[in-house]
Design a protein around this ligand. Sequence first.
Ligand SMILES: Cc1cc2nc3c(=O)[nH]c(=O)nc-3n(C[C@H](O)[C@H](O)[C@H](O)COP(=O)(O)OP(=O)(O)OC[C@H]3O[C@@H](n4cnc5c(N)ncnc54)[C@H](O)[C@@H]3O)c2cc1C
Length: 393
Amino acid sequence: MMLGFLLARAGVDVQVLEKHGDFLRDFRGDTVHPSTLEVIYELGILEEFLKRPHQEVRDLAGQVGSETVPIADFTHLPTHCKFTALMPQWDFLNFIAEKAKHYPGFHLKMQAEVTDLIKEDGNIVGVQAKTPTGTLEMRASLTIGADGRHSVVRERAGLEVVNVGAPMDVLWMRFSRKNSDPEQTFGHIDAGKMLVMLNREEYWQCAFVIPKGGFDEIRQKGLPALREEIANFSPALRDRVEELRDWKDVSLLTVAVDRLARWHLPGLLCIGDSAHAMSPIGGVGINLAIQDAVATANILSEKLREGAVRESDLRAVQQRRMFPTRATQGLQVFVQNRIIKRALGSTKPLRLPWPLKLVRRWSVLRRILPRIVGVGFRPEHVKTPEANIATAK
Ligand SMILES: Cc1cc2nc3c(=O)[nH]c(=O)nc-3n(C[C@H](O)[C@H](O)[C@H](O)COP(=O)(O)OP(=O)(O)OC[C@H]3O[C@@H](n4cnc5c(N)ncnc54)[C@H](O)[C@@H]3O)c2cc1C
């Protein structure tokens, strides 16, 4: 969506295909990072964006065993917004779509599920999509796979996936919020368990982290056992665990960390999770996907307008974004293995792991972490000028 917006803004004709009829998926994270807010600022729409309901997270704390540790302080970032905004992803996407529709080159087709690529003479020249009215054939000078971590585009293209691995899956559920509850979004980790609670005003969106592949065993033990486990771990939720009425109230999100060895073929480029599925650790996947979109628009928009994109241009996008991808995934794997895997495998009360002891001792680390999470490696800036606005709708 972000790339569609940026390209249409730069005067390129774009068709975005979305398989669902709306953006109401609650399992893709809510974090709009300082770097994304900076992009929104550079696009001149920050003030309007911040009028939409959101929460502003300026610092982050975590609870390990019985100890609470300050983890990140965003207030020193060199960005206009010194906070991460929490906004449901559907509100964010609807906002971007609204803005994109001002440009005559932007076209969004909902309920269009890409099922295959169209190949001619070794080039990808478009896609086939399933729609309520039948099969659609869409031809394009460049096809972008931005279809997430279960990408059909990358699968149909046969691009080689390097699996980095994740030791956990996530159970996604919600509990009502009370006025007396704390405001803060926070994470709690202890022997064998981890719970992250995102404040969505009327309710808590909760991520209960479980060992990879452990869901079948949890189901066999039954829902009352899961409710009891959550209530014992987070006593504040004891009076709300009955809100899990049946298994439909619990979604299993399988966590994947992987990346493509090569993000492109002639006529095709993958970006975002489609090129590199991100772990939820650090809540940085959305940030990376948006940064990919900005880099892609910067590198390709002029060439797309001229209708002359070569594979070397697509390679340039991968070369630009591979370092931030590797570096971020490397850190996620470090946290997965050093903290989460050990915690999930432990039966004894957890002691503070050494990386967090360092964070507690040296406040300077509490400034470095938000830079990595909130801004990321190699931040991108909008370099594409707006095409003649007189042509906008
Ligand atoms: C449990 C969990 C929690 C997470 N929490 C966070 C968080 O808090 N913060 C954060 O930054 N990251 C988080 N992430 C990672 C984040 O969700 C992803 O990195 C990010 O959403 C990637 O963006 P994307 O646009 O590449 O893909 P997606 O957000 O997955 O978007 C892909 C889009 O393509 C559509 N689509 C899929 N297939 C097709 C098709 N065949 N045809 C047409 N359309 C299709 C989908 O409907 C979707 O709209 C989390 C991940 C997990 C698993």
